[in-house]
Design a protein around this ligand. Sequence first.
Ligand SMILES: NC(=O)c1ccc[n+]([C@@H]2O[C@H](COP(=O)([O-])OP(=O)(O)OC[C@H]3O[C@@H](n4cnc5c(N)ncnc54)[C@H](O)[C@@H]3O)[C@@H](O)[C@H]2O)c1
Length: 259
Amino acid sequence: MAGRVEGKVALVTGGAMGLGKADCEMLAAQGARVIVTDREVEQAHKVADAIGGDAMALDVTDEAQWQHVMAAVQERHGGLDILVNNAGNVIFESVEECSTANFRLHLDIHVMGTFFGCKYGIPLMKNRAETHGGGGSSIINMASTASLMGYGNIVAYTAAKGAIRSMTKSIAMHCQDNGYGIRCNALAPGGIETPMVRDISGRAGQDLMAVPDGPLDANALGSPKDVAYAVLFLASDEARFLNGLEIPVDNGLYARPHH
Ligand SMILES: NC(=O)c1ccc[n+]([C@@H]2O[C@H](COP(=O)([O-])OP(=O)(O)OC[C@H]3O[C@@H](n4cnc5c(N)ncnc54)[C@H](O)[C@@H]3O)[C@@H](O)[C@H]2O)c1
């Protein structure tokens, strides 16, 4: 049986570990040709080797690297169908603690990284349905529940994720108004067990916790595959009527009045 993203070309940023790695594995398992990118290039190659994909070095803050990567994707694959702007960092600091440099770092990685991805990805992604059939292309930006709510101890992260949420809608409208056949949505995960969450939970260096299958209680962490399934859906033609959204993938966290 054909996979849900069979034959599509997908590029994932921050694909070496955590959510990005799970996205790469999921998209490849469902038939996509995946380009795993990360600034941790050795780790990206391991992920790519395991799924039969390509790996490329890409620091998302570096505009010239984006231009180089997209030129290589165009040459090797003739275009791009799925772009997952996932790379990210977080430093726990309030507005009073946060240095100017750390605030700018978050804006560089999340906001500029996502902007560059869309700016240089869209030319490869537009009008793909005309030549390749299917439901068109899909950009998936990684926001966070931190783009929807206030968190006193991560001011720079919330600012950056809020910008991703708004930018996603503007990019969706631009692509729709120009008839490109590109949808652009954001996911807003909350509390997923990844190296980032392990490290900020004081468990740096330990193995990642196994997340059980089945229903999870309110305080449980999710598994990277819980986000990867949402990425897969948005990436697939099944989601052709979903555009300009931010979708929490948070086990109900945002729905709670007293979070
Ligand atoms: N884990 C969660 O609960 C959660 C919740 C909400 C949002 N997110 C977002 O999901 C994304 C992935 O998070 P994660 O938990 O997998 O984090 P992680 O730290 O486990 O993995 C992040 C990946 O991004 C890469 N990266 C960091 N800076 C980069 C740069 N400048 N250029 C290229 N690659 C870079 C890292 O090398 C790493 O492979 C991030 O944008 C994060 O903000 C995560």
